[in-house]
Design a protein around this ligand. Sequence first.
Ligand code: PMV
Length: 382
Amino acid sequence: MRKYYYFLNLKMLIFASKIILKLNDFIYSGHESPIESVSFSWSAPSNIALIKYWGKKEPQLPANPSISFTLNNCKTETTLSVEKKNNDDTNFSVEVFVDGKLKEDFKPKILSFFERIVLYQPFLKEYHFKIETHNTFPHSSGIASSASGMAALALCLMSLEEAQNLEMTSDFFYKKASFLARLGSGSACRSVESEVVVWGKNKSIKGSTDLYGIPFPYKIHPKFINYQDTILLVDKGTKQVSSSVGHSLMDNHPFAVHRFRQAHQNLEKITESLTTGNLDDFISIVESEALTLHSMMMTSQPYFILMKPNTLKIIEKVWEFRKETSLPICFTLDAGANVHLLYPEFVKGEIINFIENELTQFCENNSYICDSLGLGAYQFSI
Ligand code: PMV
């Protein structure tokens, strides 16, 4: 139903999306909720950053802008069922089920998320929430589910808000969903709508803001349509240093000022490659960003390394293969040891052969996940 509404409003949306909303626009204007009980289901994708967000300011605002590809297959599907409380209890009331099993250990993260967003959705205290969630990718794959998970939950909460404010525009719905998702997990704001998403204010990207992610406002070159991301699962374990610790180590980092400036420059350069289809430039920016992210980790105090020996072996193989074949394949990394291989759809056959013959030996249980550019989140019914 939301998709239908989306198309109806497409014209309005193209116009409205250029309007930048301010913090106060997200404060709930408030009216009594007539809703007793309802449920909503949303599927939200994971995303992979090309220009990396690493370093933040309170409250979860990025120290530099970032841009990501939205994935198609790796996603979180969440159903939120709400019941109006029949008492004056002012505490949040939440139960979380992951793959059908009650998970007490997931509750604190949700409660602190609710604490952060209650100013923008004060009705959170009026309901009991049952959250049922499932990831389409294996739990122990080293792929973070916080982006897709927080985005799916934020979208469910926006459906609840919309049900109490039927005049809400589609543009506001998605911007506030991204805004709320950001408060759950920074990069989650890039998992709401569109194939390519920019988060963080940059002078040359129209409509960009630190408050929420926006669809990349220019037409991407046809070479990027259905771009592939094959995720090589080098280490399926949970990482030793969390992203929040990593971000905080940028606060007094000796190279921080230069790094933040470089991210702005790289975002401007990659905007050019994405629109002109210059894959050589795209490859060199994406790989440099991945290695810069990890070099920030290696040069913080305390320093740490998230890559594994097999991460480096894969990178060397990719470089050798690219030199021999001239095929436009590159790697990127998130905050972990797994390697994302990015390449256009027209070379898929050759790249899958290369992965099968030369790279799976460096993956845990030879495993990898094939993904590609996706359109963003969608509502579904159960
Ligand atoms: O959203 P967080 O706090 O998990 O941070 C994500 C950080 C990186 O994945 C390393 C980079 C990015 O922009 O996604």
